[in-house]
Design a protein around this ligand. Structure first.
Ligand code: GLC
Length: 710
């Protein structure tokens, strides 16, 4: 976090933040939106200043320019004001960018610590935001289609995306008539192979020249411009920005009828006009050629971010995102979503918008996926987005396969969005977060199986009945592959009611009758996994087990004559009465009769079988005494080969789940822990590497995500 903040500090100019120190020395439009979202968490004044600086340069017609030039930093970038020649000698470029600003402003408001500053800021900026959106509807949608057009690839923010190959091909350039220019982007140490080509630049320049010849008059440009595209990404952001702008209006008591209409029209237009049923994706529309642009970029998924995609469309998009084309879950050889389908011949892992991974795109997609219920995918993307800069540096973009960083180093939006992710999802629950419940304290123990109605529901074999009932729950409500549990649907279902009946009868069950260690292990692991579910459902938790204080201590079952909380089951019984992490003494005190129930030896594999109701824990499974040995092997194997264990030979580092940190002792020495990993690692090369480097490989621990696994 320190490093990310330092990058923003170094790129801060006093009024706004440069995207990067060398390559981009001025203020960029959507960069400022992303950057402000990072500042929002720790320096809201600066977040507001970032956007204020940009809007101070808004044109009279409402357009917010793509670049605001710093008069003191001129000479290192092309094209600068001398080339743009915009009206009134403004120090800006003459095009715009995806209108992310309302989204950023709402984000600032939502995270603001001061209660008056943020609403004041919203009141101040609301008219500017409305005027920007109105500009787009009036000037960029002359046919009233609900979709705004862009007239330069730079307006998309994805300069040389493969999506522009066809429409930019329509821009026929005669070099003789092109105004002379010199590219400066190649003078900052970024290799040409990571940047747009010279042919691209000729076309970029041609378009700028056309705009200035027409004095930036939109109606003339609309008639003459050979590049006019209704872009999916641009319109998806506009659609989402309308939604957030309405919310801002409501917060400050302004009339939002017009904004709501914009939102509905654009949302419908995206859903209906941009969807290509045969190609099963959203497509941008080339207004010059009058046809859809068939391509396979990540921009096609953006209607998830705007909320414009229908449920059915979202499912289709998910399938495509979660395939090897873009990086599937647990695929193991890729990070996040690439910007272009890697199975395409012209996929280029290193070239700018033609293949690499970009943090801003993934940030938006992870939000969209979450809203449509694809939480596991959304989380996996978030985890990757955090790991990429930690391991490879805060670069402009990354190689999806190796993680290597490309383009400009010290890149502001990578740092800002990294900070947003850390604050938003991880900092809330630092370290062993399950011990620090926040919202409401349970106060005393809640015994979950003390329902009077059920007190006589004895069963001759409660352990067996319980297992059968757990199977029923699992089959109906747990998505085994994705490790998710549908808590909401479970509540009130007959399966759940039956489970509660049986849980009630546990009071008449003597746990001493479980004698072979296998029986004990299976019984207590299953019971742990279900009491956690029971607790989540009964307490109505919706976000995380950290919603209540000491969840794992304060819920319990009566089993026979004793009470057992999840911590009693885990540390007292299954970990052979060991000391829980961050506590001074063993779980069961010396004279605690429950000590006689503990297993004799810790089997570290249980850590991959205990499901703590959170995303970073292993997926739920059901254990049977006769097969438990194999089943625990399978649980360990799947965990060790998931993204919770990452070996990077090129950096001589191994990244491990916090489980290995908290319970390191259960595995024995460092070597024993590595041997354990080697036993289960499927990748032979990695396993051999680990064996060779046992003594010098550096261990780091991954973040633990305590959000509910629903
Ligand atoms: C490039 C990117 C654009 C970004 C700008 C500054 O032009 O394509 O999205 O805003 O650099 O970082």
């Amino acid at each position: 976090m320190k490093q990310a903040k330092r990058i923003l500090e170094d790129n801060w100019t006093g009024a706004y933040t440069k995207p990067s120190p060398g390559l981009y020395p001025h203020q960029w439009n959507w960069d400022s939106g992303f950057i402000a979202m990072g500042y929002a968490h720790y320096d809201e004044k600066r977040a507001m200043q970032e956007l204020r600086s940009l809007f101070q340069n808004q044109w009279e017609n409402g357009m917010v320019p793509q670049i605001v030039f710093n008069p003191e930093a001129l000479g290192h970038y092309f094209p600068e004001p001398d080339f743009w020649q915009v009206p009134d000698g403004r120090l800006t470029s003459g095009i715009t960018m995806p209108p992310l600003h309302a989204i950023a402003c709402l984000h600032i408001y939502e995270h603001a610590k001061s209660t008056s500053r943020a609403p004041d800021f919203l009141r101040e900026i609301f008219p500017n935001l409305v005027s920007l959106h109105r500009y787009l509807y009036l000037n960029r949608d002359p046919e009233k289609s609900g979709l705004a057009y862009i007239r330069h690839p730079w307006e998309s923010g994805l300069d040389n995306s493969p999506a522009w190959d066809v429409p930019i091909g329509n821009v026929v350039v005669d070099r003789k008539n092109l105004p002379p220019y010199r590219r400066k982007d190649l003078e900052h140490g970024v290799p040409a192979e990571q940047r747009p080509s010279d042919a691209d630049y000729d076309r970029y320049v041609y378009l700028v020249d056309l705009f200035r010849r027409h004095g930036y008059r939109e109606d003339e440009i609309y008639r003459e411009c050979p590049f006019l595209v209704q872009d999916v990404l641009f319109n998806a952001i506009l659609c989402r920005a309308n939604r957030d702008l309405s919310e801002i209006g409501r917060i400050i008591g302004e009339d939002v009828t017009e904004v709501e209409e914009w939102q509905q029209t654009t949302s419908k237009a995206i859903r209906e006009k941009m969807w290509c049923p045969e190609c099963r994706k959203f497509e941008s529309i080339d207004l010059v050629a009058g046809e859809n642009i068939h391509t396979a970029t990540a921009a096609s998924f953006m209607p998830l971010f705007s909320g414009a995609a229908s449920e059915e469309q979202s499912g289709i998009l998910y399938e495509s995102m979660n395939s090897i084309s873009f990086c599937a879950l647990r695929q193991g050889n890729c990070f996040t979503i690439r910007n272009y389908d890697m199975t395409r011949e012209d996929f280029d892992a290193r070239n700018y918008w033609r293949g690499p991974v970009w943090i801003n795109i993934n940030w938006m997609l992870s939000q969209g996926l979450k809203e449509y219920g694809y939480r596991e995918k959304s989380d996996a993307i978030r985890r990757d987005m955090i790991q990429l800069p930690i391991r490879f540096g805060f670069y402009e973009f990354f190689d999806s396969q190796t993680g290597k960083g490309y383009g400009a180093p010290g890149f502001s939006w990578t740092a800002a969005l990294f900070l947003d992710l850390i604050y938003e999802y991880y900092e809330r629950d630092p370290g062993y977060g399950k011990r620090t419940g926040k919202r409401h304290a349970l106060g005393k123990k809640t015994i979950l199986n003390l329902d009077r109605k059920r007190s006589h529901a004895g069963s001759s074999d409660p352990a067996g009945a319980l297992m059968a009932s757990i199977t029923g729950l699992r089959d109906r409500f747990c998505e085994m592959g994705r490790g998710l549990v549908d808590y909401e649907a479970m509540k009130g279902s007959p399966e759940y009611e039956r489970y509660r009946d049986i849980a009630g009868s546990l009071r008449f069950f003597n746990p001493k009758t479980l004698s072979p260690p296998e029986e004990k292990k299976a019984f207590w692991v299953n019971l742990y996994n279900t009491i956690v579910i029971h607790g989540i459902v009964e307490l109505g938790l919706t976000a995380s087990v950290t919603e209540v204080a000491d969840f794992f201590i304060n819920i319990a079952y009566n089993v026979g004559d004793y009470q057992f909380s999840p911590d009693d089951m885990e540390h007292g019984i299954l970990r052979a009465n060991a000391r829980p992490p961050y506590r001074m003494s063993r779980q069961f005190a010396k004279n605690d009769p429950r000590r006689s129930l503990s297993v004799e030896e810790i089997d570290p594999r249980i850590h991959f079988a205990l499901v703590c109701g959170s995303r970073s824990c292993p997926p739920i499974r059901f254990y049977e005494a006769e097969k438990i040995d194999l089943q625990l092997d399978a649980a360990a194997e799947s965990f060790v080969n998931s993204s919770e264990v990452i070996i990077l030979p090129e950096r001589n580092k191994i990244f491990l789940s916090q489980i290995f940190h908290w319970y390191g002792k259960d595995f024995g020495t460092r070597e024993a822990m590595f041997s354990f990993l080697m036993l289960f690692l499927a990748d032979r090369e990695k396993s051999e590497y680990l064996e060779e480097h046992m003594n010098d490989i550096k261990v780091e621990y991954l973040f633990y995500d305590w959000n509910l696994n629903h």
